[in-house]
Ligand binder design. Structure first.
Ligand SMILES: Cc1cc2nc3c(=O)[nH]c(=O)nc-3n(C[C@H](O)[C@H](O)[C@H](O)COP(=O)(O)O)c2cc1C
Length: 399
């Protein structure tokens, strides 16, 4: 697989060195094309050393075979990643400007385009930038994918959306698209509620008890359900994920808040998927002020009380929706899941083994067993995106 890594003039260009390294490690052939702006931030030599290939920086290049480097590169590439994609590069791609080698290659290539924007949060929110992005999506339809940007602290000191996605995520995103996912519109007219992420149970104003859930599985399910035609409500604990497009999101912190919001919005839902890793216990008392270290006292005891069971509460409703639960287990996975299925009056339960680091919490892949009263379906290890569609397809055969 041949990848052109296009680098434009943004401060995040330094992160692209890691991206180049990771792509090479994954076995891709990588050629780097840099704009004049990019060369001000990081040297072509760095990328030549990392990829083992000469770096391309000029459109009018006498060294290129037949003097048409942009056409040769355009034909060579299977995929083009632009990271970081500056506001200027997005505008250039949108307007069809070809005054830089990178933009000319993009115009001349049939390769799939991955754009990882990176800019100051105010620039990112600027309607001109957003309009350019929407127009690019419209013009390139299936050919273009935007990756990020993420939220967080920026090089300029501001905090918000605009950080380039992490190199590991970009590689994973680009590689994942090799998986074939078929989307059938089997949830049209249905309303689906999904809970996702961890909960945080306060100890005092600055501390809380939480768990390792990243929310990736729940968000993948929400996106899949929406793509399959459903109206989706996502009740989310605190995660570092961007709210998927066209999905109503309700952000909560604690298990109690999650239950409150789930009950308040469940009324006409057809399916409920409890994917959140809800804390089993919360502190019996939340201290009003930050707890202090006490001299001479080497231990400290917190009293915990049981949290409400969200899945069981929804499954006990008189007009209960079709209920799907998740059972994160570290031992006797299937057996424990079957007990939960019965006890909580669920229709299906997704059992996953969170003791393995390559699947489960925070990883991008998962391997699960789907269990109902009548059936047990075992899925092989796959990306959480693909698994989300597989789970929904299976659930819909019973629903
Ligand atoms: C220190 C510095 C940092 C910059 N960082 C960014 C950035 O993160 N994102 C961005 O869109 N533009 C940034 N710019 C502005 C771009 O470098 C400028 O628009 C340039 O023309 C981009 O050209 P190119 O997209 O063709 O590489 C920065 C400029 C400077 C001086």
């Amino acid at each position: 697989m041949n990848i052109i890594l296009g680098i434009t003039g943004g401060i995040a260009a330094y992160k692209t060195a890691s991206l180049a390294r990771l792509l090479v490690k994954q076995g891709y052939s990588v050629r780097v094309v840099m704009t004049a702006g990019a060369c001000e931030f990081i040297t072509p030599l760095t990328f030549q050393a990392l990829t083992g290939n000469a770096v391309h920086t000029t459109l009018l290049d006498e060294q290129a075979e037949k003097g048409m480097g942009h056409i040769e590169l355009a034909k060579w590439a299977d995929k083009i990643i632009v990271a970081p994609a500056s506001a200027n590069s997005i505008a250039s791609m949108c307007s069809g400007s070809a005054n830089e080698l990178l933009y000319a290659v993009i115009l001349a290539s049939k390769a799939k385009l991955f754009i990882a924007p990176a800019m100051n949060e105010v620039m990112w929110a600027n309607p001109v930038v957003q309009k350019n992005i929407q127009e690019l999506k419209k013009m390139y339809v299936d050919k273009i994918q935007f990756i990020g940007p993420d939220a967080g602290e920026q090089a300029c000191g501001d905090v918000g959306y605009g950080r380039m996605s992490e190199p590991e995520y970009i590689v994973e995103f680009v590689s994942r698209l090799n998986e074939q996912i078929t989307v059938e519109q089997i949830l049209v007219g249905k309303k689906v509620m999904i809970t996702a992420g961890p909960t945080q149970e306060l100890i005092d104003p600055v501390r809380y008890i939480t768990n390792k859930s990243s929310g990736k599985m729940g968000y993948a399910l929400a996106i899949a359900a929406q793509k399959m035609g459903a109206q989706v409500i996502l009740v989310s604990g605190p995660v570092n994920l961007k709210c998927p497009e066209n999905i109503a999101i309700i952000n909560v912190q604690s298990a109690k808040q999650m239950l409150q919001q789930a009950l308040a919005n469940i009324n006409d839902c057809d399916i409920f998927i409890g994917c959140a890793a809800v804390a089993d216990y919360a502190c019996s008392q939340v201290s009003e002020h930050k707890l202090k270290k006490i001299d001479g006292q080497s231990t400290m005891t917190l009293e915990l009380i049981k949290n409400p069971d969200i899945l069981a509460s929804i499954a006990q409703l008189p007009n209960k929706p079709f209920c799907v639960g998740f059972a994160a287990e570290t031992q006797n996975v299937e057996q424990n899941a079957k007990i939960k299925l019965e006890q909580k009056n669920l229709d299906w339960i997704v059992a996953n083994d969170v003791s393995k680091s390559e699947i489960g919490f925070n990883s991008d892949d998962n391997q699960v067993t789907l269990i109902s009263k009548e059936k047990t379906l075992q899925f092989k290890k796959m990306s959480k995106q693909k698994l989300a569609y597989s789970i929904l397809n299976a659930v819909c055969t019973d629903f």
